[in-house]
Design a protein around this ligand. Structure first.
Ligand code: PAF
Length: 238
């Protein structure tokens, strides 16, 4: 596995690979890697000649500075896991490498309702920051296929929209959510949860499974009430 820190160097090596007909699969990450990320690497390896991953905790997608400060960083472990998973190249840029002209957003991405619904409603500016970094990373890597986790479903729709605004073709491959035995979706931020909080979080999964198993034509209200109860019983408040 070869590690690059400079955008120009990784662009050079990847353009040589593309010219020689090799396909490139790209797995962008913010580090603190887990099995879910390794699934993305696995899918990329199965379908491409070259797999590249990036590790960059993007400051512009954190609407809450405290969330940015607390974001888990486990770089040595991440590199070990990527190497073990057979990742070919890793891009590990600095902030100035990604944002040579500063982190200020100079272009507003047209995301429609995706920007203000669900997660967008609670994290203003978040998806613009995601587009800003993913746009820059895609300009550098120019992969054939981009691998994203279904766990961040709204993010994958946002990036799909971003890609339609770019001048080169990129395929998106969304890989199913990876869950542990309790049903908890693996996430880097789980490192910040206590054991009781992790247990409580599985209430969300139980509620989703309940809805999936019981969904039928007719009045949905009793189903929704029961699903909400499962979540509040787990310890969440409305
Ligand atoms: O999903 C993530 O880890 C990040 O939002 C991404 C896509 C790497 C952009 O920083």
């Amino acid at each position: 596995m070869i590690l690059y820190k400079k955008a120009t160097e990784i662009r050079q090596i990847l353009s040589e690979k593309s010219v020689s007909g090799q396909t490139i699969g790209f797995v962008p990450t913010m580090g603190a890697l887990h099995e879910g990320h390794l699934e993305l690497i696995k899918h990329s390896k199965l379908n491409n000649n070259i797999t590249i991953s990036s590790i960059f905790v993007n400051p512009t997608q954190f609407n809450d500075p405290k969330d940015f400060e607390k974001y888990p960083v486990t770089l040595d472990q991440d590199l070990y896991l990527l190497e073990k998973a057979g990742c070919d190249l890793v891009f590990l840029p600095s902030v100035s490498e990604i944002y040579p002209l500063g982190t200020q957003l100079t272009h507003s991405y047209e995301l429609g309702y995706l920007e203000t619904t669900l997660e967008g409603k609670y994290r203003p500016g978040h998806f613009q920051g995601v587009c800003q970094v993913v746009h820059r990373l895609l300009d550098i890597v120019q992969p054939d296929t981009l691998y994203l986790g279904q766990k961040d479903y709204q993010q994958s729709l946002v990036i799909e929209k971003l890609i339609t605004q770019l001048p080169y073709p990129i395929r998106i491959h969304v890989v199913p959510t990876f869950r542990d035995a309790s049903g908890l979706a693996l996430s880097s931020r789980n490192l910040r949860l206590t054991e009781p909080q992790k247990m409580a979080a599985t209430g969300l999964y139980r509620s989703l499974v309940f809805l999936k198993e019981n969904l039928a034509p007719g009045d949905l209200q009793p189903l929704l009430t029961r699903a909400k109860t499962l979540i509040t019983e787990a310890g969440f408040s409305a």
